[in-house]
Design a binder for this molecule. Structure first.
Ligand SMILES: NCc1[nH]cc(CCC(=O)O)c1CC(=O)O
Length: 309
């Protein structure tokens, strides 16, 4: 067994391992190297350990990355593979997320127990979701449904659904595909009516800034279009200071040289929503995302932002 040339850090969930494995497979293909040139190191994070309280109470998204980022800064791993949508915009000093693998389908999937589509659920039915964005979008479309918190990894949530703890749930279609579970989806939500979380479906690679050796390895697997879409979506999120308490949806679509952006901010109860569409050059992704964020803020009343606090 040779000494690996690169250690990939990741969370330990089946989805996280599938994502790290996809990175390894792409690196093997791009550089003509065998599997044992790379090692995958699963790291348990505080977010994984604390399962019984809502994320917004225990400190938010950063809890799923803290221990991984410490390992990266200390040199125990060389890169970290993440679900981009779980990553805050501001990263610890010395770290950046400059590389992205080709995006998987960014849409949400509905999984109904007795009916196939969200619109077919009977009034009063329960949709299980711990996501503020999904909760707000559901209430906006179907104020007659009940949204109940539903946490745990993909497999746990599917089990809860089977046990009858909800009549339906929503999960990222990308996650289901990566786990070869796409057959459980009974409806794939329209991106216009039900836009995804910024970054959904994209694997981001976090590195130490200035690590030249890693840069040379990663440049070969970086996907430019995904990077542009993500730059716009994360710039939008950055303006809105997205934390776990803010329902924000954003989707950037790259068509050749052009970028089409769609974003929505909502109150958690879905009664107030502000929507923005922008288009421009993909090369201006950051500016387009930022402008969209500012424009959508200008539409909302101060009372709107108070409902987030
Ligand atoms: N917050 C959990 C999480 N983070 C990334 C994904 C799915 C994969 C992706 O969006 O790339 C999921 C599960 C889900 O939302 O269904």
């Amino acid at each position: 067994m040779r000494t690996p040339i690169l250690t990939i850090g990741t969370r330990g969930s089946p989805l996280a391992i599938a994502q790290a494995t996809e990175l390894r497979d792409r690196l093997m293909a791009a550089h003509g190297l065998p599997a044992d040139a790379f090692s995958i190191m699963p790291i348990t994070t505080s977010g994984d350990r604390i399962q019984d309280r809502p994320l917004s109470e225990i400190g938010g998204k950063g809890l799923f990355t803290k221990e991984i980022e410490e390992a990266l800064l200390e040199g125990r791993i060389d890169v970290a593979a993440h679900s981009s949508k779980d990553m805050p915009v501001l990263l610890p000093q010395g770290l950046a997320m400059p590389y992205f693998l080709p995006r998987e389908d960014p849409r949400d999937a509905f999984i109904g127990r007795d009916v196939a589509r969200l619109k077919e659920l009977k009034p009063g039915s329960v949709v299980g979701s711990a996501s503020l964005r999904r909760g707000a979008l559901i209430r906006r479309l179907r104020p007659d449904l009940r949204v109940e918190s539903f946490r745990g990894n993909v497999q746990t949530r599917l089990r809860k659904l089977e046990q009858g703890q909800a009549d339906g749930t929503l999960l990222a279609y990308a996650g289901l595909k990566r786990l070869q579970l796409e057959h459980v989806a009974t409806e794939v939500m329209d991106v216009g009516a039900f836009p995804p979380a910024p970054g959904q479906g994209a694997i981001g690679i976090e590195t130490r800034i200035g690590d030249k050796r890693v840069h040379e390895l990663m440049a070969a697997v970086h996907h430019k279009e995904t990077g542009e879409a993500l730059a716009a979506e994360r710039a939008f999120l950055g303006v809105l200071d997205g934390s776990c308490r803010t329902p924000i949806a954003a989707h950037a679509l790259i068509k050749g040289e052009r970028l089409q952006f769609h974003g929505i901010i909502l109150t958690p109860d879905g009664t107030e929503a502000h929507e923005i569409r922008e288009e421009g050059l993909a090369a201006d992704a950051v500016r387009i995302g930022r402008q969209a964020g500012e424009a959508v803020c200008a539409k909302a009343s101060p009372a709107f932002f108070e409902s987030w606090a």
